[in-house]
Design a protein around this ligand. Structure first.
Ligand code: SAH
Ligand code: SF4
Ligand code: F3S
Length: 439
């Protein structure tokens, strides 16, 4: 019976974009839209884009081109570009691709309903401001739906670190923390809607310091406050910068039972020469010492990282230093990338590494990481873990969830519901997941 308009959102990039896409859907919900999971029947298409590497940004133009036929069939269809490519190249997108009706940067999502209304009147609104008001604060009266058991919650945005390769300080703007009372009330609201695990998000989430709150906040204090919410069983956070790993946060990994034993702590390189040129302001040794302190607090913690190979002027010797660091840490998970030149960043001006060399380094690094990741996963066999079940599996009676170490675990004839947390014995390690039995 509904005459609701349909909104299709496609999300690229990091978890913060996932969170923002949910917020945009809620904002448009207030303007009479319901979400659809196919572009074919949509009245509005939004691409929530990522600018971090060249390939990610290029995808936007090829994806937009694919909507030409749809738009020809349905002239009322509105197409919007949001996210970090919108911020970085908004005007160019409008020029290059006439299919686009609106462009909205990451800090202006609360203005989306008004922009959509303008687009319906034939205008082509573009908003890539960094407004003073908080985009999250304007969405209080959103429709309340039951939520999946694991949810993201952005607590901090933007970055002041200016790593020489990175666009984030330009696309997301300066580092801003959300007020703790707002974060806590959003967390309580999520828990009321069935959420049992919250991952706190920020480009530098461990630099969280609250805003306009009484007293001094830190990420650790926020975690302890979340720890008091009944019904919230698991807390995670990502992404962290090594320089913001404070003593109270390290201690929380040992003392706070709801804080899961998993830490994503990107290092990028193991060569001090390259780290300096990257403007990372930590060394390989300071990073290794930090890992040691974190493991002293929580010996079973699973460490994850990010690496860039082929950064300008990287030599084979620099690369070997990265390989040495990886061997010293023993990662349970890692994301690795070939350096991608980003316009406007300091490193873009420097002597680039030969592409074939960079590809070869990436291949060798990924082989080492895969080996470590595999060994860490295999070492779970025979151990008892706790699993938050998130969805039914492929087979009748099978359920799939995540262990505290973020490993995917599937259990046959589990006899549990989505949202249940149960103890499971790991019996087998597969390519991308573990098999377990209920205890
Ligand atoms: N704020 C996080 C990471 C944000 S971007 C942090 O500082 O750790 C996610 C990852 O993308 C980075 O950790 C880095 O490894 C990678 N990345 C960023 N810019 C890149 C570039 N120009 N080329 C290749 N990889 C890049
Ligand atoms: Fe980018 Fe560095 Fe900021 Fe991370 S810390 S978002 S890599 S500039
Ligand atoms: Fe990409 Fe923007 Fe996230 S550039 S990684 S979507 S902050």
């Amino acid at each position: 019976m509904s005459d609701a308009k349909k909104l299709y959102i496609k999300t690229y990039g990091c978890q913060m974009n996932v969170y923002d896409s949910e917020r945009m859907a809620e904002a448009m919900g207030g303007a009479g839209y319901v979400q659809t999971d196919t572009p074919d029947d949509a009245d509005m298409i939004l691409l929530n884009t990522c600018h971090i590497r060249e390939k990610a940004a290029e995808k936007v133009y090829s994806e937009l081109g694919r909507f030409r036929g749809l738009k020809a069939e349905k002239p009322d269809l509105k197409i919007g570009v949001a996210g970090c490519v919108a911020q970085a190249e908004g005007e160019e997108i409008m020029r290059r691709q006439p299919l686009v009706d609106l462009v909205v940067g990451p800090q202006s999502y609360h203005r989306l309903p008004a922009m959509e209304a303008k687009a319906r009147q034939g205008e082509k609104p573009l908003d890539i401001d960094f407004p003073d008001e908080d985009k999250f604060e304007t969405l209080k009266n959103r429709p309340k739906a039951r939520r999946a058991p694991a949810a993201f919650l952005t607590v901090q945005e933007g970055c002041d670190k200016f790593c020489a390769f990175c666009v984030v300080p330009y696309t997301r703007g300066a580092e801003v923390s959300r007020p703790a009372d707002r974060v806590l009330s959003e967390a309580r609201d999520l828990v009321e809607r069935g959420v049992r695990e919250i991952t706190l998000l920020g480009q530098n989430v461990n630099a969280y310091h609250g805003a306009g709150d009484v007293g001094n906040w830190s990420l650790a204090r926020l975690i302890w406050a979340l720890n008091d919410i009944d019904g919230l069983e698991r807390i995670r956070f990502t992404t962290s910068h090594p320089n913001d790993m404070s003593d109270d946060l390290i201690a929380a990994h040992g003392d706070c039972a709801k804080l899961m034993p998993y830490l994503h702590l990107p290092v990028q390189s193991g060569s001090d020469r390259i780290l300096k040129r990257m403007n990372r302001s930590h060394t390989a040794e300071s990073y290794l010492k930090l890992i040691e302190r974190i493991r002293a607090a929580r010996p079973d913690i699973l460490i994850s990282g990010d690496f860039i190979v082929g950064f300008p002027e990287e030599t084979e010797e620099d690369f070997q230093a990265t390989m040495d660091l990886i061997r010293a840490v023993n990662y349970g998970q890692a994301f690795s990338f070939k350096y991608s030149t980003r316009p406007g960043t300091p490193a873009a001006e420097r002597a680039q590494v030969d592409d074939a060399k960079a590809s070869d380094r990436l291949r060798r690094l990924q082989a080492l990481i895969t080996e470590q990741q595999r060994a860490v996963q295999d070492s779970m066999v025979g151990r008892d873990v706790s699993v938050l079940f998130e969805k039914p599996g492929r087979f009748e009676g099978q359920m799939v969830g995540k262990s505290e170490y973020l490993h995917a675990v599937h259990v046959a004839n589990a006899g549990v519901q989505v949202g249940d947390i149960a103890r499971v014995r790991i019996v087998e390690s597969g390519t991308n997941s573990l098999a377990g039995e209920m205890l």
